[in-house]
Design a protein. Structure first.
Length: 442
């Protein structure tokens, strides 16, 4: 269902669009954790390790695909704002055509690279078979994963955040039910977890297509599917920097995890627990980034640059306020929250120190995430790429590494690397924003 977010009360539009999006992110996070949790109820460390490593690889691939799909969502949003139905249809069609090609190439390529990927991930020898099985099945299901994310991006570009929420809810329920059946009843181990994920995604895509056709939610003709170089170029110009940015972020997380792992099992566990908690807290800035991107895209398409800027700062105020609440609250509640995940007193102590410093990034990220959504909507996704890469290369990874050397007994300094990197990102965003405003480009 197409929704014009440039009309009516801005605050109401932000809330109405962001809440279903937030729930979708929550379900997606829950979806990602379900395999690991259920495997832990029935299988040993080798299967748990296989699913953990495999899901980490799949998460990285998925976020990069979503990054490319963002290009289509932004272009659709602009044409929706301009009430240009022909170009909305053409962009949707070309987005589908582009990802059909990507799905075919990526599936074949990844199936050939299973063994090298397992090696690069330093997979323990006990988990090599389970990791390989998990990845092979997931790679075969790449077309379904791509289909779900493309459909979701198309709907969000049209201002509809509710439909993707329903689709991911269906996938989540099916995935959990099949996990218990394949892993618990049939003892299929990591293969069962992977198969449950792919079948759930496929079921979700089928439900989405049936809904689209029966309710005529998307108007599309066969001519819209014809490959058009200009449209594809516009999608990729926006999507590729976002995809690379998200890929670098995942690589950075992987490196920081490796740094933590090298310091011992207690520190590894502490960092792992905090990263899980932070992933939930970051649902808010991530949601606001997508909200700013969607509403600003429509506003720019409608020629309402002032509305796009107002969307940026209104969303930033909401997101930053919530981020500050998280940052302050976790100075007092970190220890009991972390204790829910482990009874090891040393792990709790280490994780609490890490959380106390790391959590301030929630407030800082709330600002530069909103800027990223605005820059992507404005056609300057390269700015988001620049500030993320600059932060990773100069502060986040080096800071975590140096802290691990000079402060081996505590994780508080290591946690400071994240907000320090966030401050640099915010400074770069403000600088680019002021430059583009001076040139009257935004």
């Amino acid at each position: 269902m197409q929704r014009d977010l440039t009309k009516g009360n801005l605050l109401k539009n932000i809330v109405v669009f962001s809440l279903p999006f937030l729930l979708s992110y929550f379900l997606q996070t829950l979806y990602g954790m379900a395999d690991l949790f259920i495997v832990g109820q029935f299988d040993g460390a080798n299967v748990i390790s296989g699913v953990a490593i495999g899901s980490q690889v799949m998460h990285m691939i998925t976020v990069m695909l979503v990054g490319v799909a963002t290009g289509g969502a932004v272009m659709i949003g602009r044409y929706v704002g301009a009430h240009d139905k022909e170009n909305v249809s053409k962009t949707i069609g070309n987005t589908i055509t582009l990802f059909v090609i990507i799905a075919a190439i990526l599936t074949a390529l990844l199936l050939l690279l299973v063994s090298p990927i397992v090696t690069i991930m330093s997979t323990p020898k006990e988990a090599i078979v389970e990791t390989s099985n998990y990845l092979k099945i997931c790679f075969i299901g790449i077309p379904f994963i791509i289909a779900y994310n493309v459909i979701s991006s198309i709907f969000r570009g049209m201002g509809d955040s509710k439909s993707p929420m329903y689709f991911i809810a269906v996938a989540c329920v099916v995935n959990i039910a099949l996990d218990y059946y394949f892993i618990g009843t049939l003892s299929m181990h990591a293969s069962g977890a992977a198969l449950a994920t792919i079948i759930a995604q496929a079921f979700s895509v089928i439900v989405a297509i049936i809904t689209i056709v029966t309710k005529q939610l998307i108007q599309l003709s066969f001519s819209s599917l014809k490959f058009e170089k200009e449209t594809i170029t516009s999608i990729l110009k926006i999507g590729i920097p976002v995809s690379l940015q998200d890929g670098f972020i995942q690589v950075a997380f992987l490196i920081i995890t490796i740094i933590a792992n090298s310091r011992g099992v207690e520190i590894s566990a502490a960092v792992g627990i905090v990263e899980k908690i932070i992933s939930f807290l970051f649902l808010v800035p991530s949601t606001m980034m997508q909200t700013v991107s969607t509403i600003s895209s429509q506003a720019i398409g409608a020629g309402k640059k002032a509305l796009a800027r107002k969307t940026l700062f209104t969303s930033m105020a909401i997101s930053t306020s919530i981020g500050l609440i998280f940052a302050i609250s976790f100075q007092f509640i970190s220890e009991p929250v972390i204790a829910l995940f482990t009874h090891d007193a040393q792990v709790v102590q280490l994780a609490t120190g890490y959380m106390h410093s790391y959590v301030f990034d929630c407030a800082i990220a709330s600002m530069h995430f909103c800027f990223s959504g605005f820059f992507v909507a404005s056609g300057y996704s390269i700015v988001s790429f620049i500030h993320n890469v600059a932060s990773i290369i100069t502060l986040r990874v080096p800071g975590a590494y140096l802290a691990s050397i000079y402060y081996p007994k505590t994780l508080f300094p290591m946690g400071l690397a994240a907000p320090a990197g966030g401050v640099l990102q915010l400074a770069i965003c403000i600088g680019f924003y002021r430059y583009l405003r001076k040139k009257n480009k935004i």
